[in-house]
Design a protein. Structure first.
Length: 266
């Protein structure tokens, strides 16, 4: 019986992938900085009032893995302005550093099977993510897909489109509790995205699926942000609006990525 189950699973995997061809991947096989043909860094305090200062030196390839590392550091904030009400400029010091890298302007795709194998840190205050944004439009009307996102004890799979209010998203989300034993292992996240729907998986288990017919922006434009090319981002954030308080977490902490691959139908 076990042998029959094994061959049934093998046949399913083969037939499922037979319709796809690999169109892009980063296997992270060359030590050093991330490949500049594929990735560009974000720098500074970027979004969501998060605690970390993004810098490229916190992302590096070593022994076949991309490492995105969060560190506790005490550094002067180079954009500090005394009395500023801008959260990016009002902090005199940087207390944490991390990295965010993206394929914007370098690599983008419309539809396909996206796959990432990695191991995420889940200690208090950490907020790792693998996600996409549409090339055209103001957020969230450009569309956001969180293929992997984690914070406050839960793994999230999210899809967001625009509403009639600027900067206010309509979210389609699921949350799955995970524990330290689960997070100690590598897992494979996947998105299957075509002209009909977006489906998000972890280890071949479906987390969220939304029909594209539901994802048209609700602003009267008739634009569906998931009928355009998206670029991807990999990052490790801390704190901010969702991440929680990292004060009792020891550092450094690492988000490890074995590979990222994009397939499209033949």
């Amino acid at each position: 019986m076990k042998r029959l189950i094994f061959f049934a699973l093998l046949l399913y995997a083969y037939t499922g992938m037979a319709q796809y061809k690999l169109v892009w991947s980063d296997e992270f096989n060359v030590d050093g900085a991330p490949d500049t043909k594929n990735w560009k860094p974000e720098t500074g305090f970027t979004r969501n009032e998060e605690l970390q200062w993004y810098q490229l030196s916190n992302a590096y390839v070593k022994k076949g893995m991309l490492i995105i590392e969060a560190r506790k550091e005490h550094l002067p904030n180079p954009v500090y302005v005394a009395g500023s009400t801008d959260w990016r400029k009002s902090r005199p010091f940087i207390e944490y550093t991390a990295a965010s890298i993206k394929t914007e302007g370098l690599q983008s795709w419309k539809y396909g099977r996206f796959e990432m194998r990695g191991r995420i840190p889940i200690e208090q205050g950490l907020w790792p993510a693998w996600w996409t944004l549409g090339e055209a439009g103001q957020w969230p009307s450009n569309g956001e897909i969180d293929i992997m996102e984690y914070y406050r004890g839960k793994l999230l799979a999210n899809i967001a489109c625009g509403t009639a209010t600027a900067y206010k998203a309509e979210w389609y989300s699921t949350k799955t509790p995970v524990n330290a034993a689960w997070a100690s292992e590598f897992h494979t996240w996947r998105m299957d995205w075509d002209e009909n729907a977006i489906a998000l998986f972890v280890d071949d288990s479906l987390l969220n699926k939304v029909e594209l017919s539901k994802l048209q922006n609700k602003d009267g434009t008739g634009i569906n942000p998931f009928r355009q090319s998206h670029y991807m981002l990999l990052n490790l954030a801390l704190g901010g609006m969702n991440g929680g308080d990292p004060a009792h977490t020891t550092f450094p902490r690492r988000f490890e990525i074995d590979y990222v691959r994009v397939y499209q139908k033949k």
